[in-house]
Design a protein around this ligand. Structure first.
Ligand code: 4NP
Length: 152
């Protein structure tokens, strides 16, 4: 069993998008019993809220449900409970390392460093571009799944 936690600032735009895309890919590949997926925010801004309407609408376009998803904040036990702590941008990565005292842990990394992009996932909270978020999440999740399958 491998456990994946996607991390952004609010846990309402990018990390829930990645969580839902990853869960969908895992289901399609028949890996549900081997890979668990969750997401969290470094901030407490939106605790208990469902995904942003832009994230929800974009996922619905691709037939992916956000039912039951609720924002939560990152907690100290996440470092031991997850095998991959996947941060959407460099500021999320720095905040995660600080909050979890995770300096030097290879399991804490930036999402798109797994792809040729090697950049932040731009925040649609500011850009409004949920298509870009979705496309980058699909690319990142495919790369992450390849990595996890090799490590299962
Ligand atoms: P996220 O986007 O980190 O991708 O969920 C944001 C959501 C909320 C805020 C910022 C970014 N906010 O400032 O409330």
């Amino acid at each position: 069993m491998k456990r994946v936690l996607f991390i952004c600032l609010g846990n309402i735009c990018r990390s829930p998008m990645a969580e839902a895309v990853m869960r969908d890919l895992v289901e399609k590949r028949g890996l549900t019993s081997q890979i668990k997926v969750d997401s969290a925010g470094t901030s407490n801004y939106h605790i208990g809220e469902p995904p942003h309407r832009g994230t929800k609408a974009k996922l619905q376009e691709y037939g992916i449900s956000t039912s039951g998803m609720k924002a939560r904040q990152l907690r100290s036990t996440d470092l031991t409970e997850f095998d991959y702590l996947v941060c959407m941008d460099d500021s999320n990565l720095q905040n995660t390392i600080e909050m979890l005292r995770a300096e030097g842990h290879a399991k804490v990394f930036r999402f798109l460093d797994l792809t040729h992009h090697k950049k932040d996932v731009p925040d649609p909270w500011y850009s409004g571009d949920f298509q870009e978020t979705y496309d980058l999440c699909v690319e990142g999740c495919e790369a992450l799944l390849t990595k996890i399958e090799a490590e299962l």
